[in-house]
Design a protein around this ligand. Structure first.
Ligand SMILES: C[S@@+](CC[C@H](N)C(=O)[O-])C[C@H]1O[C@@H](n2cnc3c(N)ncnc32)[C@H](O)[C@@H]1O
Length: 241
């Protein structure tokens, strides 16, 4: 199953629309608590945005004062990131070249990137490289979708057309529609449970310092669907063991 996976984000039409997205609806919860976690765990201002796509998460880090390098495997997406942010530092990487970046970072953010890395072997390779790029005491913050996101309805996502998501196990593809974009073609991700992420982190000598599963309070000006009682995102704060 894993072999049929393709990087659905590597698509210009979707990317142009995504490039205009800020942090609407359900996305707000993925980013809401990051500044607090950064204050708690990150000393220093050198940051790497792993899987920067069109640069939204890179610009988020820049606005918080981090000198940020955005990296991605998609040249077309990096072009879009540079168009929006001509002064930003965006670099093309491959699985093989990632660890060769000649810098270390106080903070590495991977926002939704691991949802799109298809195999355990590729996840492990990426985690090993990212661990190498951490400065002493640095933090790797991995934001991923919980398996629950693929089973429920949300302010920003729909999964009701994909009942087969219920049968998906670690490493299987799952589909979800992004409601904040006019492009309603489903996005294909790879599901990965908390238990499985923890195995992969342990395997790569990364320790979990904190796991946050942000919920909406109900006070936000958003018509929440499941977000006040089911967590759509997991935010892992990791460090080198
Ligand atoms: C969901 S998008 C990331 C969104 C972005 N971080 C944000 O918050 O807006 C996932 C990105 O990860 C990139 N990606 C997937 N595998 C990667 C890898 N091994 N190394 C670097 N980037 C990768 C894809 O090309 C895609 O741009």
């Amino acid at each position: 199953m894993e072999q049929s996976f393709r990087n659905v984000y590597d698509d210009r039409q979707r990317a142009r629309a995504y490039a205009q997205l800020d942090f609407p609806g359900t996305y707000h919860l993925a980013f809401r608590d990051l500044p607090t976690l950064f204050r708690k765990y990150v000393q220093g201002t050198r940051a790497l945005d792993f899987g920067c796509y069109t640069g939204r998460s890179t610009r988020f880090l820049q606005r918080l004062g981090f000198a940020t390098v955005g990296v991605d495997i998609s040249p077309a997406m990096l072009d879009l990131a540079r168009t929006t942010d001509p002064r930003g530092d965006y670099r093309l990487v491959t699985a093989a070249t990632l660890a060769k970046i000649e810098q270390t970072f106080d903070l590495i953010l991977a926002a939704f990137t691991f949802d799109n890395i298809p195999t355990d072997a590729a996840k492990v390779e990426a985690l090993r490289s990212l661990r190498q790029l951490l400065a002493p005491g640095g933090s790797l913050i991995v934001v991923v979708s919980t398996p629950a996101i693929y089973l429920h309805e949300w302010a920003s996502f729909s999964t009701r057309d994909f009942p087969e998501n219920r049968r998906a196990r670690d490493g299987d593809p799952v589909r979800i529609i992004m409601l904040d974009l006019p492009d309603r073609r489903p996005v294909e991700d790879v599901v990965c449970s908390d238990a499985h992420y923890r195995e992969l982190f342990a395997h790569t000598d990364l320790i979990v310092r904190e796991l946050a599963n942000p919920l909406a309070t109900g006070a936000e000006p958003v018509k929440w669907v499941s977000e006040t009682c089911i967590a759509p995102w997991s935010v892992y704060v990791l460090g080198a063991a």
